[in-house]
Design a protein around this ligand. Structure first.
Ligand SMILES: *[C@@H]1O[C@H](CO)[C@@H](O)[C@H](O)[C@H]1NC(C)=O
Ligand SMILES: *[C@@H]1O[C@H](CO)[C@@H](O)[C@H](O)[C@H]1NC(C)=O
Ligand SMILES: *[C@@H]1O[C@H](CO)[C@@H](O)[C@H](O)[C@H]1NC(C)=O
Ligand SMILES: *[C@@H]1O[C@H](CO)[C@@H](O)[C@H](O)[C@H]1NC(C)=O
Ligand SMILES: *[C@@H]1O[C@H](CO)[C@@H](O)[C@H](O)[C@H]1NC(C)=O
Ligand SMILES: *[C@@H]1O[C@H](CO)[C@@H](O)[C@H](O)[C@H]1NC(C)=O
Ligand SMILES: *[C@@H]1O[C@H](CO)[C@@H](O)[C@H](O)[C@H]1NC(C)=O
Length: 459
């Protein structure tokens, strides 16, 4: 029992109670059911709710503390309405506002969409902790099961504060429709939606930094149709066996920086989907995970364009893949201008992999069109690989070869034993300008004589 927290809450209730005769609203949760009932000015933030101390917050900013809007913060009471009201107020503020989720409190909120545009830039300061309802059975029937917290049409927001977001994913991962979670290790058919924890949609000029997020039911962060995004110092953690729990997913987005973050999870550390360009990833520590991935692209004959992606100065450990590009058969478009530079591998299966035969259900036919992969450079990639698969695997489409793959300063040794596995290449063209370990003799030099121009769509 946390007595400190108990007294803080008690103090807050008393403070409001005494102020009742004034214009202040007490903490009466029954009153927040309908928004129209709320007209009185909210109760001032109880003194016990730690003052905003973060130095990055300007002193002039107006603070919208969720406690002032009736949030309870015991991790049990549904605080959704209070969050919505605080959001509406902060979003309408003329000067830069701080939406505050205070320290020492834990807030349970339902799926919610925080919609902009807001009147000015906003700081979404998470110092305490946030969590959704616990599992699919407590998810309200009328809410989408695909997302929990959505930020929509926001321009100029910083989400930060050092707090913790707990996605409570366990019950979602164990649904019988998840891989091998049905009776006797089967996978039952049927809709299997699980919520992305934090989704930014049609937003720009965002900073997301200094937060811990764990156990998301699905992706931890998803950015789609966003631009000018700066991600820094996130700690993302889920079990290695948790399905589909990508750390940071970026799609249809551009000018995205992902820096200085640590991810361990059950799927890709960072994944980059169709329509993304100018993405810079640096100083990431991934693992266990499925590595840093571009794709999967081209599903159901779709067109995907991805270009100008750099991944530098990172560590990938105990992961199923290192740096991966994966595409389905039958797609269109291209992946171009990708640089993987200075990456340390520690016991990684497939440290360097291109897979143009990606198929999640084992029943995909080969097709003639493919996402064209070109101008991919791998430089200074060193460390050890898990000997269950070769360290370099470049499986390009039969009809559309990969071109201009360059490998430079590669040194990959088996994590166990002495046996060095040969790289695998299929229809892969490019150049190894230095001796690599292991040597990549299977790469074809130069450019293919015939690049079937009908099947190549350079975006
Ligand atoms: C779901 O139903 C609840 C209770 O009737 C209501 O308050 C809420 O606004 C509904 N949510 C959506 C997304 O329709
Ligand atoms: C980005 O947002 C910040 C506030 O977070 C604001 O000061 C800045 O002007 C915005 N930049 C653009 C280009 O909108
Ligand atoms: C699960 O496996 C056990 C032992 O093999 C078997 O007796 C049982 O019928 C199986 N259950 C179902 C639902 O398939
Ligand atoms: C890299 O990120 C880690 C956090 O994961 C941080 O502690 C370290 O200072 C960063 N290194 C650089 C050079 O920024
Ligand atoms: C590639 O992306 C970086 C940002 O990651 C950007 O600074 C650079 O201008 C882009 N290059 C091109 C050719 O667009
Ligand atoms: C698809 O093509 C690849 C490369 O030629 C081949 O190894 C694989 O067996 C083919 N798959 C099917 C399903 O035909
Ligand atoms: C090959 O790709 C590199 C970048 O990885 C680029 O600098 C170079 O111009 C490309 N070469 C050709 C012939 O397109």
């Amino acid at each position: 029992m946390d007595f400190n927290r108990y007294f803080v809450v008690l103090f807050a209730i008393l403070l409001c109670f005494f102020a009742r005769s004034a214009k202040c609203r007490p903490f009466d949760h029954s009153r927040y059911r309908t928004l129209s009932q709320i007209s009185a000015s909210p109760c001032p933030a109880p003194e016990a709710s730690a003052p905003v101390s973060d130095q990055s917050l300007s002193h002039s900013a107006a603070v919208f503390n969720v406690l002032s809007y009736g949030a309870f913060g015991d991790g049990v009471v549904d605080d959704t309405q209070a969050f919505k009201m605080a959001w509406d107020a902060a979003c309408q503020a003329d000067n830069s506002a701080v939406f505050l989720v205070p320290k020492h409190y834990s807030f349970m909120i339902q799926s919610a969409i925080f919609t902009g545009p807001c009147k000015s830039g906003l700081v979404f300061q998470i110092e305490g902790s946030l969590m959704p309802p616990d599992g699919p059975d407590s998810w309200p029937k009328n809410y989408s099961k695909r997302q929990w917290l959505v930020f929509y049409r926001i321009n100029g927001m910083s989400m930060q504060g050092g707090g913790v977001i707990d996605g409570r994913g366990e019950k979602w991962w164990d649904l019988p429709c998840k891989p091998h979670k049905g009776i006797n290790g089967t996978t039952l058919p049927g809709p299997c939606d699980s919520p992305v924890a934090i989704r930014f949609f049609w937003s720009s000029n965002l900073t997301v930094q200094q937060l811990k997020i764990k156990n998301s039911p699905q992706f931890h962060f998803r950015f789609d149709n966003c631009h000018d995004v700066h991600i820094d110092s996130l700690y993302i953690k889920s079990p290695a066996g948790s399905p589909n729990t990508d750390g940071i997913h970026v799609e249809n987005s551009n000018d995205v920086n992902i820096y200085n973050s640590v991810v361990s999870n059950g799927d890709d550390c960072v994944s980059i989907g169709a329509g993304s360009y100018n993405v810079d990833i640096r100083n990431m520590t991934c693992g266990p995970s499925h590595g840093i991935s571009i794709g999967s692209l081209g599903i159901k004959n779709s067109r995907a364009c991805v270009s100008n992606i750099t991944v530098t100065d990172s560590v990938i450990k105990h992961s199923d893949n290192g740096v991966r590009i994966k595409t389905w058969q039958g797609g269109y478009g291209s992946v171009s201008k990708v640089t993987f530079n200075n990456i340390h591998m520690d016991t990684v299966r497939n440290p360097i992999i291109i897979d143009q035969y990606y198929c999640s259900n084992k029943a995909c036919l080969n097709q003639t069109s493919a996402v064209y992969i070109t101008d991919i450079s791998y430089t200074n990639i060193k460390g050890t690989y898990d000997v269950r698969s070769p360290p370099i695997h470049l499986a390009c489409s039969d009809t559309v070869p990969c071109t201009n793959l360059t490998l430079y300063d590669i040194e990959l040794f088996p994590a166990q034993g002495q046996k060095i596995l040969d790289p695998f290449c299929w229809n892969a063209y490019g150049d190894t300008s230095t001796l690599t370990v292991p040597p990549v003799f299977c790469l074809m030099e130069g450019f293919p004589q015939l690049l079937p121009s009908n099947d190549v769509d350079k975006c």
